[in-house]
Design a protein around this ligand. Structure first.
Ligand SMILES: NC(=O)c1ccc[n+]([C@@H]2O[C@H](COP(=O)([O-])OP(=O)(O)OC[C@H]3O[C@@H](n4cnc5c(N)ncnc54)[C@H](OP(=O)(O)O)[C@@H]3O)[C@@H](O)[C@H]2O)c1
Length: 164
């Protein structure tokens, strides 16, 4: 059976580590990881080179500035990964025509919609989350970049016991 090759950005993050653990029971999955120790996620050429090297079937991008309480005073760092990094990953994977999943956050929606959210819904954060516009940029960018998809994931995805 042909194995499926997944390339995951953000090597040491919670989601990346959960994927690594889950894949151990899946012999047909081959995981590769890219981290900031290896290249700058906002450098499209560097991301392209990493993807060409690993030849993934699917790219998963959970890399993000997730320190919500520091994002306002550390905006440049947050924009670097959440906007510019998301753009570089989206551009590189679109250029290589590799389907890509970008993990975002359900905080880009205010929860007021009475029905489930769908891909076309415009980000509309609750007022308390407006200080994090970098997250919406990442979500928008991935939607507009070829075969990519953004996933605004629920807070309980990885660690059911921990509310983020
Ligand atoms: N965990 C959950 O249950 C959960 C729930 C809802 C949404 N999400 C979303 O899923 C995504 C991943 O969450 P997570 O819990 O895995 O976050 P995390 O543990 O904070 O990991 C974030 C990753 O992003 C990387 N990163 C941060 N700044 C970077 C930079 N400048 N350049 C390159 N990489 C950088 C980190 O790299 P290092 O490893 O080098 O530090 C880390 O691997 C986020 O968008 C989050 O909002 C997660």
């Amino acid at each position: 059976m042909k194995s499926t090759r997944l390339y995951v950005l953000g090597r040491h993050g919670q989601v990346a580590r959960a994927l690594q653990e889950a894949s151990e029971a899946q012999p047909d999955l081959v995981l590769g990881f890219g981290g900031r120790d290896a290249f700058d996620i906002a450098d499209t050429d560097a991301v392209l080179q990493a993807l060409r090297g690993f030849q993934p079937d699917i790219v998963i991008n959970p890399a993000a500035y997730t320190a919500v309480d520091r994002a306002e005073e550390d905006a440049a760092a947050a924009y670097h990964v959440n906007r510019d990094g998301a753009r570089a990953v989206a551009e590189a994977s679109a250029r290589l025509e590799i389907p890509t999943i970008h993990l975002s956050t359900d905080y880009v929606f205010d929860g007021a919609k009475p029905a489930p959210y769908v891909e076309d819904d415009a980000p509309a954060p609750a007022p308390a989350e407006e200080a994090q516009p970098q997250r919406h940029h990442g979500t928008d960018l991935e939607f507009t970049a070829g075969p990519s998809r953004a996933a605004a994931v629920d807070p309980d995805v990885v660690q059911p016991a921990v509310r983020r």
